[in-house]
Write a protein that binds this ligand. Structure first.
Ligand code: NAD
Length: 701
């Protein structure tokens, strides 16, 4: 057939096997191979046809490297047409994950069977597109409109068992022996005279859909879509599956698929997909760098971060020793961990037994002598350089040679911390985000002397505990928090210049941020920044950048935890409400600083919040703090709630156009003063050359 698809007859059943490692993606050669095999099988001695895959999975989706390139025949719909109109039964036999185009191939088959461990799903929405080969038409015909919408708008895969209950799988096989079980199932179908079941022939009766159902669903998905358009188009496609022949619905699906695939959103989401994979690679590290074995871990400090980090390791079965100053602090920390796990149990997402297993892996001590045998230590004590240095001195004394010594510091100089030991090559930053057991980002901070194998090990263990790792060099705040400074500063200055907290946060949320900057401050607690500012006695703070926040803290308004901050919070629902008292405070502070407040447009809010991120990102790139613009994007997508539909701040800059970004920064400099509005040299150079950050990434790969 072709190098990636084979065909043979076994016991009178034609067996088409796809073998296109690693995930049997639907490349042109795979499409052509399947088409030819189905055609050949029409005229041979086979009584039915089984389609299955070699390797670790059934077809796991389209070949996304073909996106954006001219289409190559045969198209997927053509292949599906040939399968569906086959005169002999075609049975898909699924193992691993049948995703996207792969699952759509199976839906064109007359029957689907799957081994018990298999999963199926339509994850296209996660790349800003929709299933473009009949998924939106065939799933509702089998599983019903509501179940189809849930499956396709979430993009989450489902188990073979669930798919069986929904009718999407006809037979969950008795064992994991795919070929044997599938051939037996095919034989059974042939012997029982099973009919050619074509999903396309099913009609969805409009009378079965409540009036207004689709409009309501559209509103519901819009709330969680954060500006993504694909969800809305999916609803339209499923709506088009109701009460009309499938070809009419397929036409709608094709049209909307084409619209989405060329949309900036989908381009941004594909960028994010590739950037995430790329971020895992450290440019100057030899591929074969050996990694150290991590079997036991110690965490120093069981506060907000230490507890969450301990959970990350316990979740993957790695035992953790928590080191604290006192028995009381330890008890408190362990108590919070247990409470967090029990919330997950209450939600039905973890069994009691698994919770006990995980809690059992975390033990406490107040003596550093108990951690001499661990392979990795992560320090999460108070953010104070002297305390950190003291802790690393102790670690140096007790830890075995080769143990990796990591710090979770948000701002401190990792090189300085490393120098507190006699083994700076073993010291590295592992900057988790709060809540550490939930947030996916891990900034891996490379000190000047950090050894290659330490970096490779930390990137690997980070992945093992479910994090997306991004490498950063040492600077104040590393990649994420260093960039955030300008964003937070502008949020505050916009208030003084005339915006209300609601205006600032709503604009950011309309842009797609999970939460606006001031609301985030209220959630985290305004006292955290307040204390940090007080601790930095040698830094002169610009009063324009913190006076409202500081005044709020001094009024006892610490944010959500005290029921009020930039907003008032409803004690029952935690819903935020604007507070006239805050509006008054802002006016008063602006007057004290001699600022005359004015109307601020939404466009100004967006540009003043997000262009500083881009500008600082450009500096970070130029200084070699981040390896690539895509790494910066991943930091923002996974650590700061930046909307994936915009691909991250650097991708967003490319889509806006770097010239426009520079012009606007210059304009703000003229209007607002140059203190915070000097365009970064790299940004200016790229804009002048008509280039993008993506071009820079290619040139510096
Ligand atoms: P925290 O105050 O909640 O916890 C610190 C814990 O460390 C306390 O329980 C304290 O008893 C313990 N501790 C202090 N000195 C110790 C010592 N010598 N030995 C053992 N235990 C000691 O602080 P946190 O918010 O968890 O922050 C910890 C670190 O993580 C800081 O460096 C911080 O910058 C960083 N960080 C915090 C966040 C966040 O959002 N909270 C996010 C990322 C990184």
């Amino acid at each position: 057939m072709s190098s990636v698809v084979s065909y043979e007859i076994i016991n009178n059943i034609g067996v088409i096997k796809v073998n296109n490692p690693p995930v049997n993606a639907l490349s042109q050669a795979v499409r052509e191979g399947i088409l030819k095999a189905v055609q050949a099988a029409q005229n041979d001695s086979s009584e039915a046809i089984v389609l299955l895959c070699e390797g670790r999975t059934f077809i796991a989706g389209a070949d996304i490297t073909e996106f954006g390139k001219p289409p190559m025949a045969p198209s997927l719909p053509e292949v599906l047409g040939a399968i569906e109109s086959s005169s002999k039964l075609v049975i898909a036999a699924i193992h691993g994950t049948a995703l996207g185009g792969g699952f759509e191939v199976s839906l064109a088959c007359h029957y689907r069977c799957a081994v018990p461990s298999a999963k199926v799903g339509l994850p296209e929405v996660k790349l800003g597109i929709l299933p473009g080969a009949g998924g939106t038409q065939r799933v509702p015909r089998v599983a019903g409109v509501k179940a189809a919408l849930e499956m396709i708008t979430s993009g989450d895969p489902i188990s073979a068992k669930k798919a069986g209950e929904m009718g999407l799988i006809d037979e969950v096989l008795g064992s994991e022996d795919l070929q044997k079980e599938a051939l037996a199932y095919a034989r059974e179908l042939v012997n029982s005279g099973a009919k050619l079941k074509r999903i396309r022939d099913i009609n969805i009766d409009p009378a079965t859909i409540e009036p207004g159902f689709f409009d309501n669903y559209r509103k519901q998905v819009a709330k969680r879509a954060r500006g993504q358009i694909a969800q809305d188009r999916i609803v339209s496609c499923v709506e088009a599956a109701v009460g009309q022949p499938i070809d009419a619905g397929l036409e709608v699906e094709r049209k909307m698929f084409m619209e989405l695939v060329s949309s900036p959103q989908s381009k941004a989401m594909r960028h994010a997909f590739f950037a995430e994979r790329e971020a895992a690679k450290i440019k100057d590290l030899p591929k074969d760098t050996a990694v150290r074995d991590i079997k036991k871990v110690a965490i120093i400090g069981s506060g907000t971060m230490g507890g969450g980090i301990a959970m990350c390791f316990a979740n993957v079965g790695i035992p953790v020793k928590l080191v604290e100053l006192s028995a009381e602090a330890l008890e408190r920390g362990l108590g919070v961990i247990r409470k967090n796990y029990s919330i997950t149990v209450q939600k039905g997402k973890l069994s009691e037994a698994d919770m006990e297993k995980r809690v059992g892996l975390i033990t406490g001590t107040t003596s550093y002598d108990d951690i001499g045998d661990v392979d990795l230590v992560i320090e999460a004590v108070f953010e104070n350089p002297d305390v950190k240095k003291e802790v690393f001195g102790k670690l140096d004394a007790v830890c075995k040679p080769g143990c990796i010594l990591a710090t979770n510091t948000s701002y401190q100089d990792v090189n300085m911390i490393a120098e507190a030991t006699k083994r700076p090559q073993d010291v590295v930053g592992m900057h988790f985000f709060s809540p550490a057991n939930v947030m996916k980002l891990l900034e891996v901070v490379r000190g000047d002397k950090t050894a290659h194998d330490v970096l490779a090990t930390v990137m690997q263990i980070g992945k093992k505990i479910g994090k997306v790792c991004v490498l950063s060099r040492v600077c104040y705040g590393f990649i994420g928090n260093r960039m955030l400074a300008g964003y937070g500063r502008q949020a505050h200055m916009l208030l003084l210049d005339g915006a209300t907290p609601t205006q600032v946060d709503s604009a950011a949320e309309k842009f797609g941020m999970a939460m606006g900057p001031l609301a985030v401050g209220d959630l985290a607690g305004l006292d955290i920044g307040y204390k940090a500012r007080q601790a930095l006695t040698d830094v002169v703070h610009d009063p324009k950048t913190h006076c409202v926040a500081s005044a709020l803290v001094e009024m006892g308004r610490l944010g959500q935890k005290s029921g009020a901050g930039y907003y008032k919070y409803d004690p029952a629902t935690r819903a935020r409400q604007p507070d006239p008292e805050v509006d008054e405070l802002i006016k008063q502070k602006a007057a004290e600083l001699g600022i005359s407040r004015r109307e601020i447009s939404e466009e100004e809010i967006i540009d003043r919040l997000f262009f500083p991120l881009i500008n600082e990102g450009a500096r970070i790139l130029e200084e070699g703090i981040a390896q690539r613009p895509g790494d910066i994007d991943i930091v923002y997508l996974y650590g700061y709630g930046f909307p994936v539909a915009k691909g991250g701040p650097m991708c967003y800059a490319d889509q806006v156009g770097l010239k426009k970004v520079v012009d606007r920064i210059v304009e703000f400099g003229e209007k607002l003063g140059k203190d915070y509005w000097e365009p970064a040299p790299l940004l200016v150079r790229l804009a002048n050359e008509g280039k993008t950050f993506a071009d820079w990434a290619k040139e510096n790969a």
